[in-house]
Design a protein around this ligand. Sequence first.
Ligand SMILES: *Cc1c(COP(=O)(O)O)cnc(C)c1O
Length: 220
Amino acid sequence: MSIATNLLAINKKLGKSTKLVAISKTKPVEMLMECYDAGQRIFGENKVQEMLDKQAAMPNDVQWHMVGHLQTNKVKYIAPFVSLIHSADSIKLIQEINKQGAKHHRIISCLLQIYIAKEETKFGLDIQEALDLLQSESFTQMQNIRVMGVMGMATNTENLKQVREEFQHLKQFSDTLKLKFASDIHPLHEISMGMSSDFEIAIEEGSTLVRVGSSIFGIR
Ligand SMILES: *Cc1c(COP(=O)(O)O)cnc(C)c1O
């Protein structure tokens, strides 16, 4: 199957309220261009250097999303152009994103990465940490960061019932956050959940951004 065919098949399943982030990590620019030529504009990468190389090579109207763990000392490289950081997973990182936003005279959009999986994961905030962060004095002072919502990764399991429950959990948490904290500055309406193996379930459970790689570009 071609990239264009894959893209069309996925787009048909999206519905009105879900956008597709094409996860192009490890894939060459020629494949990204094939995807771009088929109409895709949002691309996601998980490594800073790879994103920089591809950003330089691709057309200017591509929106670049960072989906991988981001080291604090690398925020500065993507700060001038990144469209959404899905992986804001600590107060330290959020402070740095805000600082780099100020330096580049822009407001950088991000999602709070929440851990919903039952397996040990290194990165992400638990629900209490996310609540504490949004209420903290230092966060409310920040003027160059915009929290668009949350991101989560389900457990890597064949048990689709469990995956669905984890997505439901994130959706419920997102609803609570929106009710308590949504504002003009922090809309909190985005829910980034769903990858190649589970994006259909994620859409059913209210995902607004699915992050699909191998179903578009082939296995890595
Ligand atoms: C690689 C990756 C994806 C895409 O995974 P596929 O299974 O190839 O669709 C989604 N989200 C994150 C954070 C990733 O690192």
